[in-house]
Design a protein around this ligand. Structure first.
Ligand SMILES: [Zn+2]
Length: 331
């Protein structure tokens, strides 16, 4: 037997515990991995390949488990206990249904209709919870593993035919995570889309206090409560370096120029399959001119007087918190 997370699109089967929502792990019959030897033909690998079931990276589960994978503002290891031992595979809810895998206490129709909205209903013992909600409350290593599970299952569902000649693809042999076209030999790998996100600082021209550039995006909506601000972010274009992408995005969105661009940290973000690459940079010149189809407002804010910023657990929060921390301010 092996243990599995259960995923339904961007939601994860969870149980409500004293620590909040934690992913449920169900027991699944192991596929006999002895059959998959390195010298086996691709046909054997294909016999073992099942849509709706993916193996998670062992290195994500184990070696990162006891360290804080974020910016390590708090360098103490995250608490671990029995409930948080990582699973080795992930399956879809449909796979569980098809293969008769028992899911305790989940009522028959609850998974489609009752994805919980905040505030979470604690009376529901087991339910599918959105990844966006979970990331704010899970240990980093666990949320990273779930992020991988969501992305791999989606990739698997979306990669059943060759994108060049439309033949049905088969799984690569030798345990490589790729799908191969038996006709034209095109190999398709899980995609990662690099996306740069940048915290730009300058001293307040009047007071000298450190300031950070924050922007309000149209996509955040116009809530009646406090407006949420975030950092400048965007996808890396084909042929660009990461540093160039940082400069281009910032110039496009707010019209200012930067210096001292340096990489800080990264975060996988499964919507749909982004790798957020966190940078810091210093303002050099230019007046803020916002790109109006993306932003409604952007400005430098004193670190001691920030507006509403992205949630804890996001790389944007970590970058902002790191700068605040350097100024002796705990967010
Ligand atoms: Zn093909």
């Amino acid at each position: 037997m092996t243990t599995a997370f259960v995923i339904d699109n961007e939601t994860v089967l969870c149980r409500y515990t004293a620590k909040g929502w934690r992913p449920v792990q169900v027991s699944v019959l192991a596929i006999n991995s002895d059959i998959v030897k390195k010298d086996q033909a691709a046909e054997s690998a294909n016999e073992l390949y099942q849509v709706g079931r993916v193996e998670l990276l062992a290195s994500l589960a184990a070696s990162n488990w006891e360290t804080n994978g974020s910016l390590a503002l708090d360098t103490s290891p995250e608490p671990i206990d029995g409930d948080d031992v990582p699973a080795t595979i992930a399956i879809t809810y449909d796979y569980a249904q098809t293969h008769g895998i028992a899911i305790p206490n989940l009522t028959k129709d609850s998974h489609k209709s009752t994805v919980l909205q905040t505030p979470l209903a604690r009376t529901e013992e087991i339910n599918f919870i959105t990844y966006r909600q979970l990331i704010t409350q899970l240990p980093v290593a666990l949320s990273t593993q779930l992020s991988q599970a969501i992305q791999l299952l989606r990739w698997q569902a979306d990669t059943q035919f060759c994108s060049r000649c439309s033949a049905s693809v088969t799984v690569a042999k030798f345990g490589e995570r790729a799908m191969v076209c038996p006709v034209c030999r095109l190999r398709q790998y899980p995609r990662v889309q690099p996306c740069v996100i940048t915290a730009i600082t300058r001293p307040n021209p009047q007071t000298g206090e450190m300031q950070i550039l924050l922007a309000h995006h149209h996509r955040y909506g116009r809530p009646s409560t406090q407006l949420q601000y975030g950092l400048i972010a965007g996808f890396v274009e084909v042929g660009e370096s990461l540093e160039h992408a940082v400069m281009r995005e910032v110039l496009e969105e707010v019209g200012i120029r930067l210096t001292d661009i340096h990489y800080v940290s990264s975060q996988p973000w499964p919507f749909p399959s982004n790798l957020m690459l966190g940078f810091r940079a210093s303002y050099t010149s230019g007046e803020i001119v916002i790109q109006e189809d993306e932003l409604s407002h952007a400005d430098f804010f004193d670190i001691s007087n920030l507006p509403k910023i992205p949630f804890k657990g996001s790389i944007a929060y970590d970058l902002i918190a790191q700068i605040a921390h350097e100024q002796g301010i705990i967010l």
